[in-house]
Design a protein around this ligand. Structure first.
Ligand code: ZN
Length: 452
């Protein structure tokens, strides 16, 4: 009898404890975000707390948090999109300004806000893997794209690294991995967001383009009811890029051209010019940027953005990856986000104005100079030999400079841009360069030379 009474009261206590424990667990898993602390669209929704994961450990791909699917509108044909893209040259694109200005390089004055991204709250001093999905269900292409987030223990700016917007550009993917997986959140001031492979569709097909053969890097900021490329661009920009104060978009040379590690930046923008000064041992080339390009649109939205070019597409180049990783790490050190003991002194890039040397006669290109070589006026950079007539034509440098980009040996036709020659300049001189209306990677006759 006595035993039975004791059992009943124990059961009651056990039930109470279970109930209390359950309510504690559910309240810690789901939090209502304070709308006053976040400008993002997720702010008004319930968010889950992202699990704190050691990014160095192998983990399965995360699932995206379900979001409402937008109404499907008939996709406009390619001609419409091209017309629209061209019209962007004339009319200023409508770009929503991101209210927060990039904080000054001195991080002490930054007020810390709760980090809510992709439907998850990432607590301070933690790192996690999230998933971004552009919700392109019409094509069955809603691939969850991994997004790595490290929220540091201390306040600071948010730096974003994006790679493989062109799916065949591989070096940047490895740079993002090396940088992100080498960070200890407890020593980080600020936040790092890395999207190693933005264009998963292209990456899976070893293609520069999306599955509809559009170049994603010409469709920013995008529209929610536009073409496939426009929708993907819109989704990435609103859900991920809008969180960034600084953005480094990693690329490689295209169409069988190899690039010396270099930053392309609009040096007429004083904030961009200041940011570029934080990168060590890398060439800096002034490029205003093309309409629809991620860095152009990010700049217009108040994000300090640059492109980093590393090597050649479809290749994994160890020296290029090393150089890119070193340069990004030097920037994190200079921004006082992640101090390291480096063997160099003050981080310092090299500034270049540039020109392209073109092939005058068709044939097979054989280079006599390599990437990064210093050249003088009159130096022979390569020879083009016609395989039928056996006639050879020398390609002679018109200036003194460095080879910052060059075509790999291949069959070339007259007019082909074979060598990108950097002419040493200064940060001050580059800031004076007029930003004209001609997109940076398109020649005056409309030819795309080395698109980012
Ligand atoms: Zn690219």
């Amino acid at each position: 009898m006595k035993f039975k009474r004791l059992s009943n009261s124990s059961l009651l206590i056990l039930c109470l404890i279970t109930l209390l424990f359950y309510s504690a667990v559910t309240s810690s898993e789901t939090v209502k975000t304070d709308t006053s602390t976040s400008e993002q669209s997720e702010a008004s929704e319930a968010t889950t707390i992202a699990p704190n994961l050691d990014l160095k450990e192998v983990a399965p791909l995360p699932e995206p948090i379900p979001e409402p699917i937008p109404d499907i509108v008939d996709e406009p044909d390619i001609d419409d999109s091209i017309e629209k893209l061209e019209s962007q040259d004339k009319d200023e694109p409508v770009i929503k300004k991101i209210p927060e200005e990039a904080p000054a390089l001195n991080t002490q004055e930054i007020v810390r806000e709760k980090l809510v991204i992709l439907g998850s709250e990432v607590p301070e001093n933690s790192s996690t893997r999230l998933a971004w999905s552009p919700q392109i269900t019409i094509s069955g292409l809603a691939l969850p794209t991994p997004v790595l987030v490290i929220n540091g223990a201390n306040p600071g700016p948010t730096v974003c690294l994006t790679s493989a917007i062109h799916g065949d550009e591989l070096n940047g993917i490895e740079v993002v991995r090396r940088v992100m997986y080498d960070i200890d959140p407890s020593k980080l001031s600020g936040t790092l967001i890395g999207v190693p492979i933005v264009n998963l569709q292209g990456f899976q097909r070893t293609s520069r383009y999306l599955s509809d053969r559009r170049d994603l890097n010409r469709f920013f900021p995008g529209e929610p009811d536009g073409s496939l490329a426009s929708r993907i661009a819109y989704s990435l920009f609103t859900k991920v890029i809008s969180h960034c104060n600084y953005l480094i978009d990693l690329h490689t040379g295209s169409f069988r051209r190899n690039n010396l590690p270099q930053i392309r930046a609009n040096m007429s923008d004083s904030k961009v010019a200041e940011f570029v000064g934080a990168f060590d041992k890398i060439a800096v080339v002034h490029h205003a940027g093309s309409p629809g390009m991620l860095r152009t649109v990010a700049n217009q939205s108040g994000i300090v953005a640059v492109t980093m070019e590393l090597g050649e597409s479809l290749r994994i180049q160890e020296n290029q990856i090393d150089a890119g990783t070193h340069s990004v790490n030097s920037m994190l050190d200079k921004l006082e986000m992640y101090p390291r003991t480096f063997i160099w002194g003050e981080p310092k890039p090299a500034y270049y104005e540039s020109l392209w040397l073109r092939v005058e006669s068709g044939g097979i290109l054989f280079s006599e100079m390599g990437l990064g070589d210093r050249v003088s006026q009159g130096d022979v950079l390569g020879v083009v030999t016609d395989p039928i007539t056996n006639q050879s034509t020398e390609l002679v440098s018109p200036v003194k400079g460095n080879i910052i980009g060059m075509a790999v040996n291949q069959v070339v036709i007259p007019g082909f841009a074979a060598y990108h020659i950097g002419i040493e300049s200064t940060q001050e001189a580059m800031a004076q360069v007029e930003t004209d209306q001609i997109p940076s990677d398109v020649n005056t006759d409309g030819e795309v030379i080395d698109p980012e």
